[in-house]
Design a protein around this ligand. Sequence first.
Ligand code: URA
Length: 214
Amino acid sequence: MKEALMNPRLKIVKHPLILQKLTIMRNKKTDNKLFRELLNELSALMAYEITRDVKLCTNEIETPLGKTIGYKLAKPIAIVPILRAGLIMADGILNLIPMASVGHIGIYRDEKTLRPVEYFCKLPKNINKALTLVIDPMLATGHSAAKSIEIIKERGGADIKFVCLISCPEGFKVFNKEHPDIDVYTAFIDEKLNKKGYIVPGLGDAGDRLFGTG
Ligand code: URA
């Protein structure tokens, strides 16, 4: 399983502030409000690092004192949270990239086949032209992440990055097998997945901790 982690498609977004905020989120004593706020802040910090290399185009602009070169992102950005925990990450990234468009994908696991099934999908019309950030705090089994990318590719998405807070070797392996062309950005790679599909040590059920449903 360790070789999965040597894959250049798995990118760790390193920053002292990210690690400190993630540590507070992991703590079981952290309440829902603080947990939500931290995920929001962390998502913006991650997006800042991830978009470091996006291409720019230039145009001439006029300041009150003269002409200069201006810069603009060469491509539109689309954010696609996987429901429901991805929603709070989307809010955080929108604080940084307010002009991004937002799509939503809902996936559930069929009890009989255990396969991921789409129950909701609304994507921006320009998904084929955009840099698309697909977001979910946890890359756990990897099935819903992989299914989401499949859905976006089917609808024309081509420039896609998957962004999560915590991943695990099992989840990345499944994801990378289905989508070896897609980069995964994560703040931390945890030890393992347990039998119930939770990341260990992880942070528990992200959706429940975000929305107080645990
Ligand atoms: N989803 C979560 O919210 N937590 C996990 O550990 C795994 C999946």
